[in-house]
Structures are given as structure tokens and as C-alpha cells.
Design a protein around this ligand. Structure first.
Ligand code: HEM
Length: 432
């Protein structure tokens, strides 16, 4: 009989719990808690987390290591090859509808593909790919979203200071128009409902579901699809055939939830550009007419933003059958956790781990590093990637075109020092 995965000691388990998992939970896995994000930045929690995981790898080897958590087999993944294998193996033998994710996300998107069982995933995944134009260079709503971004960012040009709160407000107007249509531009109740439901989701199984809020959200989304603005995702939803069991409107809460990450990624990309004037100048010069409508460098800057500070802090999977890892066995039902920033900032293997190096997304280096997974990988890879990069690259380009961009908050990202491992976006501020 094969031995089971190596087990962390009690002391190591406590270190991982306190130094890796607790900071993620405290910052809020589903919606960020601003005060905790600032604290995590002060303490640079991701640096400490990486040191703990490196120690675990040094002592136990590269294979996954099981934590000693009563009632739950949870293994931390420590090797880039294992990340690849785990993500390639969705949904069998590694289901994305993992136990912790199900208990958190049921609060806000009970019909979402990410937490669906096999039958649900079979119809919902291709439908999401279809509506979101997964794998395309640009989303079919590209021209529309360029116009929306231009209209909504116009006001920012004349404002001397750009803060996160202001950016967030403008960003959500853009998202509501692109996702739900022009009539939703000022429907702040939709965004508020999402925030309230996500705050509950942060507490996962400790909190009951608010069916009242979920129903209110569902009614509003249904209304936007029923009377759809044709130039919005709601319009695409209304036109796209759906197999029985798809729950088309039930997919939208995940999109709205995930757009928040896109806003954070774009705002941090602005900070990176502000601190790297040469790249900023090149982004300003970029002409999509020469690039089949794309903005490669603006995109690469957003990708660097999510590499350096992954918005999905941990990728979770559960195995649905026994699996073998270099001669060791993990029982069916074992959870696997990939702490993204551990791999994205692996200074032992990535010479540019702590630098802003957008070229890696253009010259094949990022693709060759199998554990750079800001949008996950494999069959459950983010189907919103095309739309996210389309929208955020246009947004970044519009902001830098229209205004000066000097980073003026407490954080400095220039001067050649290694970039901070944890970055509170809420504290970043720009002057013209
Ligand atoms: C910066 C922005 C975003 C990032 C970094 C991101 C990243 C990710 C990651 C890492 C996953 C896999 C999660 C897991 O396995 O647990 C995922 C899944 C997913 N994302 Fe995104 N996402 C972003 C925005 C979006 C947006 C805006 C949409 C929709 C409009 C979207 C749609 C989805 C869907 C539907 C899934 C579930 C896929 C499945 O279960 O097969 N994402 N995303």
C-alpha cells in the first residue's frame, strides 16, 4: 500500500495557518476588507507566507504537504509542475467546486459554473465561454467598451488627484454599462447588493444565506436581460442559446463579483506605470490600429499587475478520487491549495520575480513558466480573461492618455528596489 502524502507537523501547520491562510482570510477571500488589506501591506504578509512555504518545501520535498487540520485533508502545493497537473486535471480528478469555495460562493452565486457539479459544469462552462468570447483576442463588444471607457474616464482628466474611491466609482459605471447595459449605469443598488452578499460569503459556512438579497439581485439581473441593451453582456446573454440547466442569469453574479478584481488589477497597473515612466511613455504611444485592435503593452502591464499581486490569492481544488504524487497517495476528497503569489514571486526560479517586467507576457517567458496562473489554467481557466484584458487595457490606456500620473500615496514602487509583495490598492493615489 502506498504511503500517504507527507504530513506537516503541528508546529508547521500552525505556521501555515497563521502566516499563509489567516492573512488571506482576514483580507477577505471573496471581498476585500480595506483595513485588513492595509494591515497586510504594512506587515508584507505575502513575504512571510512565501518563507513559510519555502521552509515546508525544504523539509518535506516538493510534493504536496498535508496540513494537520482536524476533519479536513488539506494539502499545500509547493511545486510548479504540480500546479500544472492540478489545474490541467479539472474537473476530474480535481474539481474546482471545492468544499470551501462552495460554502463561500453559494451566498452570492449559487448557480455559478465555478461551484457547479459535473452536470451543471457540462452545460455552464461552454455557455460562459461562448458569451465571454473565451480565447478570442478581443471581446465582440470591443468597440462598445472602448466608447464606454472613453466617456466615463473623460471626467478624470481634469481632476488633480485620482484616489481609489474615485477610480472605483468610475470603474463600476463602466462595468454596469458593459455588463448590464446603459440603463444600469447608475444602478448602484446592484453593486451594493453584490458587496453585501460577498461580505457574507467571506464568512462562508459561519453565516446563513440571505435569500432576500439573493432574490432581489436575481430580479434586477433578470430585468436587465429581459429588456436587454443589445450592446451589453446582458444583450449577448439574451441572444445566446442555453441548454437546459444552464441558468444564464445565474452566471452573471460571478461576472460582477470578478469585475472587482479587474478594477483592482487596472488600478495597480496604473501605479506600476506611474513608477516606470519609460513603459508609461510606450503605453501612451501604443496604437491599436497597428496591432489588430489590441494594446499589447497595456495588456502586459495588467498581466504584470495580477502576477505581482494576484487577485485570486489562493486557487483551491478537491480531488474526487485517490491520486498519486511521486509515489505518495492522497485520498479522494483531499483539498489542494495553490498560494498564487508563492509561485508568481518565486525568486529562486524567476530572475524578474520582484520587478515590473511586462515583456515576459510578450516574449514567451511567462508562458514558459507554468506556475504563473493569475487567471488559473486548464479546463477551468478564467473564461473572462479576454474581456478583462480587453476592458482593462483600454481603461489603463484612456487614463494615462488623458492625465499626468505621479504616484503620491505612501507607497513607492520606483527606484529599483524589489516591489512589495503585498500592496494595498486602496492607499495608492495619483496626482496629475
Ligand atoms: C482581473 C480579473 C480576473 C482575474 C484575475 C480572474 C481570475 C480567475 C481565476 C484564477 C479563476 C479560477 C478560480 C478557481 O479555479 O477557483 C477564474 C474563474 C472564472 N472567472 Fe475569472 N478572473 C477575473 C475576472 C473575471 C471576469 C470579469 C469574469 C466574467 C466577466 C470572469 C469569469 C470567470 C468565470 C465564469 C470563472 C469560473 C470558470 C470555471 O469554473 O470554469 N472572471 N477567474
Amino acid at each position: 500500500m502506498t504511503a500517504s502524502l507527507p504530513r506537516a507537523s503541528v508546529r508547521e501547520t500552525l505556521a501555515v495557518t497563521a502566516g499563509v491562510l489567516a492573512p488571506m482570510l482576514a483580507q477577505g477571500v471573496i471581498v476585500r476588507r480595506p483595513a485588513m488589506t492595509v494591515l497586510a501591506d504594512r506587515l508584507q504578509t505575502d513575504r512571510r507566507a512565501a518563507a513559510i512555504l519555502r521552509g515546508l518545501r525544504d523539509r518535506h520535498g516538493a510534493g504536496p504537504v498535508l496540513l494537520r487540520i482536524p476533519g479536513r485533508d488539506l494539502a499545500v502545493v509547493l511545486d510548479a509542475g504540480d500546479v500544472d497537473r492540478l489545474l490541467a486535471g479539472a474537473p476530474h480528478p480535481f474539481t474546482p467546486a471545492n468544499r470551501e469555495k462552495r460554502s463561500a460562493l453559494r451566498h452570492v452565486q449559487p448557480f455559478g459554473v465555478l461551484i457547479s457539479d459535473d452536470a451543471g459544469r457540462t452545460v455552464r462552462r461552454p455557455w460562459n465561454e461562448d458569451v465571454l468570447d473565451h480565447g478570442a483576442d478581443l471581446h465582440r463588444l470591443h468597440e462598445r467598451l472602448v466608447r464606454v471607457v472613453e466617456e466615463e474616464t473623460d471626467a478624470l482628466a481634469a481632476e488633480p488627484v485620482l484616489t481609489w474611491d474615485r477610480f472605483h466609482q468610475v470603474f463600476w459605471r463602466i462595468v454596469r454599462r458593459v455588463a448590464l447595459g446603459d440603463p444600469a449605469r447608475d444602478d448602484e443598488r446592484v453593486t451594493e447588493l453584490m458587496t453585501l452578499l460577498r461580505a457574507q460569503a467571506n464568512w462562508a459556512f459561519l453565516r446563513p444565506r440571505s435569500t432576500r438579497r439573493l432574490r432581489e439581485l436575481g430580479r434586477r439581473l433578470q430585468a436587465y436581460v429581459a429588456d436587454a441593451d443589445p450592446l451589453s453582456l446582458a444583450g449577448v446573454v439574451a441572444r445566446t442559446p442555453a441548454a437546459p440547466g444552464t441558468a444564464p442569469v445565474g452566471q452573471i453574479p460571478h461576472w460582477l463579483f470578478a469585475f472587482d478584481a479587474a478594477g483592482i488589477a487596472a488600478y495597480r497597473a496604473l501605479a506600476l506605470l506611474a513608477a516606470h515612466p519609460d513603459v508609461l511613455a510606450a503605453v501612451r504611444e501604443e496604437d491599436p490600429a497597428d496591432q489588430r485592435g489590441l494594446r499589447p503593452l497595456a495588456r502586459a502591464s495588467v498581466l504584470e499587475s495580477v502576477r505581482l499581486w494576484p487577485t485570486t490569492m489562493v486557487i483551491l481544488r478537491d480531488s474526487v478520487e485517490d491520486t498519486e504524487w511521486a509515489g505518495r497517495r492522497a485520498r479522494a476528497g483531499t483539498g489542494f491549495a495553490v498560494a498564487s503569489s508563492f509561485f508568481h514571486r518565486d525568486e529562486e526560479n524567476l530572475p524578474w520575480a520582484d520587478r515590473f517586467e511586462p515583456e515576459i507576457w510578450l516574449d514567451g517567458r511567462a508562458e514558459a513558466s507554468r506556475a504563473l496562473v493569475p487567471f488559473s489554467a486548464g479546463p477551468a481557466r478564467c473564461p473572462g480573461r479576454t474581456l478583462v484584458l480587453d476592458l482593462t487595457s483600454e481603461l489603463v490606456a484612456a487614463v494615462v492618455r488623458d492625465r499626468g500620473l505621479t504616484l503620491s500615496g505612501p507607497r513607492r514602487l520606483d527606484g529599483g528596489a524589489p516591489l512589495p509583495r503585498t500592496l494595498a490598492h486602496t492607499r495608492l493615489e495619483f496626482r496629475g
